[in-house]
Design a protein around this ligand. Structure first.
Ligand code: GRF
Length: 212
């Protein structure tokens, strides 16, 4: 059984789709805990609804960033975690954390990386006039929003899209690709060679939603 810890900061829609998949599929995995750095994250209620233990490690309660980082690391590492899933976790993890969990620390970013790193990716996409947008699941490295790409999902940009409408469309594909990436990890299907991820046995790593 793979031991999974999920880190969140907010709404928790990706968390919800992962917990839903975990409850329905016969994954050889245990979700040990959901950790939130914000006491008011809605995702906390979602986790409790699935009976998953929740821990709040409120970054505002620590005097220094280093103390928060250490507390988070201790909480995750002490559980013997195999996979750390960042699901809308809005803190940048320190290098020692990322290095320790290299190859078993996943993130989802709401753009087709390497385009549109950072925040407000849907605004960036609209401002650039791209016709397709999407989301990426990748392994985390010490560079923000950079790392071996596990899966990508593409959606069309529609006429009259707003940040909100585009983000809703992207979110649908996020929920599909994150569940798939986690499932591949659980089944030991992920291979990384020179920064490129392949799936064994071979499986498409590209997903799409056509229309709304
Ligand atoms: C998602 O758009 C994800 O790609 C980004 O943060 C957002 C989290 O949303 N990393 P949710 O909390 O999963 O609903």
């Amino acid at each position: 059984m793979k031991k999974i810890v999920i880190l969140i900061s907010g709404r928790g829609s990706n968390l919800s789709s992962i917990l839903e998949a975990h409850s329905k599929k016969a994954w050889k995995a245990t979700i040990l805990k959901v950790i939130s750095n914000r006491p008011d994250a809605f995702g906390i209620e979602i986790a409790r609804g699935y009976g998953i233990p929740v821990e709040v490690i409120d970054h505002e309660k620590f005097l220094t960033r280093a103390e928060f980082d250490q507390a988070l690391y201790a909480a995750v590492e002490s559980l013997g975690t195999d996979l750390v899933v960042l699901a809308g976790f809005m803190r940048i993890l320190p290098d020692f954390f990322v290095t320790h969990f290299s190859g078993r620390l996943m993130n989802i970013h709401p753009s087709l990386l390497p385009s549109f790193t950072g925040l407000r990716t849907h605004r960036q996409a609209l401002d650039q006039g791209v016709k397709f947008h999407g989301a990426t699941v990748h392994f985390v490295t010490n560079e923000m929003d950079v790392g071996p790409i596990i899966a990508q999902g593409v959606v069309p940009v529609q006429l009259n899209d707003t940040e909100e409408s585009l983000s809703q469309r992207v979110l649908k594909i996020e929920h599909i690709i994150y569940v798939q990436a986690i499932e591949w990890f659980i089944n030991d299907q992920i291979e990384i060679h020179e920064g490129i991820v392949s799936i064994n046995p071979p499986s498409p790593q590209s997903f799409s939603i056509v229309g709304d």
